[in-house]
Ligand binder design. Structure first.
Ligand SMILES: NC(=O)c1ccc[n+]([C@@H]2O[C@H](COP(=O)([O-])OP(=O)(O)OC[C@H]3O[C@@H](n4cnc5c(N)ncnc54)[C@H](OP(=O)(O)O)[C@@H]3O)[C@@H](O)[C@H]2O)c1
Length: 281
């Protein structure tokens, strides 16, 4: 049985993924920002004795570090890291760390989490890192000189950019961790009826509500995550983008080694500035 760490299990795809993997007998470490919701989720898990909760707010790098320190104290190894939590932010928000929220919660905090979990993953069995990207990456306009959106904020572009950065991150990890035997892939879950987009108000909010009944449900949306976590495919393949449980071709923007390196440097710079150390040891 495997040990699985997953972010964002309080709703949607993360909840269904955690539930299915727990039902299959795996131990689930849930990293969520909301303790009350997490307790409710724990009570809904098929095997609650094999679920652990750590409070982790992805909008706060110190909170991520605290959670990872607690995990490192308790666990000796980790088999699967699922960078699942994320979403779109209707209005520009700066986090307490001083970074744009969409970028921080979808990419920067998962970068810190991933590097902090590497010592455990290196001791895991067929270890793998799975990151939830999105087809939205096709609309990205990456700008490494303006990651904090000082030149203007458009919520969908910020989200598309973050999801493209997820692809750079998975690709960079796959190369860097090849010799350690850790696989890293990214995926698009489908267009799924979850809490995604619920924070929009006005016309956009109403349109999202109207569309939701036509989308696939979260159980279906969790299938590619579950496939990569629970089958050989998630370990044998690395550096790929999956859709419908199969490797898919991302937009040509996703093939850019210079941008992979710029993203890595940008994440390290921000973590060093906030936490005072470089997590890439
Ligand atoms: N739904 C889709 O159609 C779709 C399509 C492509 C990709 N995706 C990706 O799939 C992933 C899961 O999204 P979903 O659709 O399942 O959305 P969701 O139902 O809104 O779930 C998002 C999860 O992320 C958590 N989260 C949000 N901000 C957080 C923070 N600051 N710190 C810690 N946790 C935080 C939420 O926790 P709270 O309950 O505390 O808010 C929730 O557990 C995301 O990465 C999303 O970008 C979704």
């Amino acid at each position: 049985m495997k040990t699985v760490l997953i972010t964002g299990t309080t709703s949607g795809i993360g909840f269904e993924t955690a539930k299915a993997l727990n039902k299959a007998g795996h131990t689930i470490l849930m990293l969520n920002r909301n303790a009350e919701k997490s307790e409710k989720v724990m009570s809904q898990m098929p095997q609650p004795a094999h679920v652990d909760f750590y409070r982790c707010d992805l909008a706060d790098l110190r909170s991520v570090k605290k959670a990872t320190d607690e995990v490192l104290k308790k666990y000796e190894s980790l088999d699967i890291l699922l960078n699942n939590a994320g979403g779109i932010v209707p209005e520009k928000v700066m986090t307490k760390d001083g970074y744009e929220l969409t970028f921080q919660m979808n990419q920067l905090s998962h970068f810190l989490l991933t590097y902090e979990m590497l010592p455990l993953l290196k001791k895991g069995k067929e270890p793998r890192i799975i990151t939830l990207s999105s087809e939205a990456h096709r609309a990205a306009k990456p700008d490494f000189d303006d990651l904090e959106c000082e030149n203007g904020y458009a919520s969908f572009t910020a989200y598309a950019n973050a999801k493209l950065y997820n692809l750079y991150f998975a690709k960079q990890l796959s190369k860097e961790l090849k010799s350690s035997g850790i696989a890293a892939n990214a995926l698009h879950p489908g267009v799924v009826n979850t809490g995604f987009g619920d924070k929009y108000k006005g016309i956009i909010g109403s349109l999202i509500k109207l569309l939701k009944p036509f989308l696939i449900n979260a159980q279906k949306g969790a299938q590619t995550s579950i496939h990569l976590a629970a089958t050989e495919a998630g370990y044998e393949k690395s550096g790929l983008y999956f859709k419908n449980k199969k490797p898919a071709k991302p937009h040509k923007l996703a093939f850019n080694e210079e941008f992979e390196n710029r993203l890595k440097a940008a994440c390290i710079e921000r973590i060093e500035k906030t936490l005072g150390y470089n997590p890439v040891k």
